[in-house]
Design a binder for this molecule. Structure first.
Ligand code: NI
Length: 174
């Protein structure tokens, strides 16, 4: 089921999500809804907090348009290691029509559970590493606007208002 995506400045985007105790069929349904909502948007990442579900879950698909889909599910994700630095032009489904350059670690090592509740370890770089950091921030109530200085934040506010008036030309966002 496609769910409504909360947009900044909805206060629910500031809540800290709770760990998932058990991967139940209800949690799996939530994961499926999240994937469906992300693909419909379209976007390349979605955290549960973005649809008002306060569970530590996010989904990402960083495949290029001409590549087969690569859905990855992270339940109770923990970033164990970060290294390097990269500046990435990021978008976010909760900030429609806005993209901003944000500093992130270049590589991450993450541990999480998959949709079946099985633990996995993943080392990622490039867009996937950026998406993992962006979505983990969402689970802690941290948004991309928090990474900007005051001037850029004001400019973003203006662009957001503009994009709401004229919602065409969006590119896939996290
Ligand atoms: Ni986002």
């Amino acid at each position: 089921m496609i769910r409504e995506i909360l947009e900044y400045p909805d206060p629910r985007l500031r809540e800290v999500a709770e760990p998932v105790a058990t991967v139940t069929p209800e949690i799996q349904t939530l994961v499926d809804d999240m994937a469906e909502t992300m693909y419909a948007a379209p976007g390349c990442g979605l955290a549960a907090t973005q649809i008002g579900e306060m569970h530590r879950i996010f989904v990402v698909d960083c495949a290029e348009e001409d590549e087969p889909s690569d859905l990855r599910v992270f339940i109770n994700p923990e970033i164990l290691e970060k290294d390097g630095q990269v500046v990435w032009n990021e978008g976010c489904l909760s900030f429609p029509g806005v993209r901003e350059e944000i500093k992130r670690a270049e590589r991450v090592k993450v541990r999480a559970l998959d949709r079946s509740g099985k633990e996995f370890l993943l080392e990622a770089d490039g867009l996937l590493a950026v998406a993992i950091q962006h979505e983990t921030d969402h689970l802690n109530g941290v948004l991309m606007v928090d990474k900007l200085n005051a001037l850029k934040r004001r400019m973003m506010g203006r662009r957001l208002a503009q994009a709401r008036k004229n919602p065409e030309g969006d590119s896939p966002a996290e």
